[in-house]
Design a protein around this ligand. Structure first.
Ligand SMILES: C[S@@+](CC[C@H](N)C(=O)[O-])C[C@H]1O[C@@H](n2cnc3c(N)ncnc32)[C@H](O)[C@@H]1O
Length: 218
């Protein structure tokens, strides 16, 4: 299958050949390579998360675009970047530097291509940073990374380490099942379009939360 073990250059070539840049749904400030009926994404064999804008990422991007001071001047990691929409929004409002990390090579490739069409500079990482110590950033912004129980547990553990190291962690999510609600403080809500929602449907609500550091007993 095309999607298994693709290299970054192969993923980049696939996206250039089969997707088209267009303004993101309800986020016209950002252009993203988007799938169309002829894209043939089913050939990839894996779920193409990176080919869509998710409600959580859309909410974080909107949060940065409306509140520049949240990311301006900071070193930002967009974790589970997919299209890179969150990191691109942070770069647009003046983040000092932005890393878009996604373990799917197509996510890394999409982030790089989308940054290019939006004329912003980012660095992409394909490694699983959640296996490593907290990174040297000021802010981690994670859009829609609580989509499955195992991924959610892994993210929660790593965000614990990161907040203990003094890093601010912001989470964007529409309120999915595996969201660790007891660890989150709601900051803002925005009307957004979620994965698979057509323009004819009412907008969803995308929420931005702060991930709270664990309170240690004693
Ligand atoms: C639902 S998509 C969200 C994409 C984008 N943030 C958005 O909101 O539009 C979740 C992404 O997280 C990525 N992901 C899952 N586990 C990861 C990990 N440990 N490190 C980096 N990315 C990861 C997946 O490959 C996928 O692209």
């Amino acid at each position: 299958m095309l999607g298994v073990n693709r290299t970054l250059p192969e993923a980049t070539a696939f996206i250039r050949e089969n997707l088209r840049p267009a303004p993101a749904p309800l986020l016209p400030e950002i252009t993203l390579f988007q799938a169309h009926s002829g894209s043939g994404l089913s050939r990839l064999g894996s779920i193409p998360y990176w080919a869509y804008l998710w409600a959580g990422g859309a909410a974080l991007a909107r949060h940065f675009l409306q509140n520049h001071e949240v990311a301006r001047g900071l070193r930002v990691l967009d974790l589970g970047a997919g299209s890179g929409v969150v990191g691109i929004a942070a770069a647009k409002v003046g983040a000092e530097c932005v890393i878009c990390a996604d373990t799917d090579p197509f996510g890394a490739a999409a982030s790089a291509l989308n940054a290019e069409v939006n004329s912003v500079g980012i660095k992409v990482l394909g490694e699983d940073v959640t296996c490593e110590p907290p990174p040297e950033v000021d802010l981690i912004a994670a859009g829609d990374v609580f989509y499955a129980a195992d991924v959610a547990a892994r993210m929660t553990r790593w965000f614990d380490h990161c907040t203990s190291a003094g890093i601010t962690v912001l989470v964007g999510d529409p309120g999915r099942k595996h969201l660790p609600r007891h660890r989150l403080r709601l900051l803002a809500e925005y009307p957004v379009r979620d994965f698979g929602e057509g323009a004819g449907k009412p907008a969803s609500t995308g929420k931005v939360f702060a991930f709270a550091p664990r309170i240690r007993a004693g």
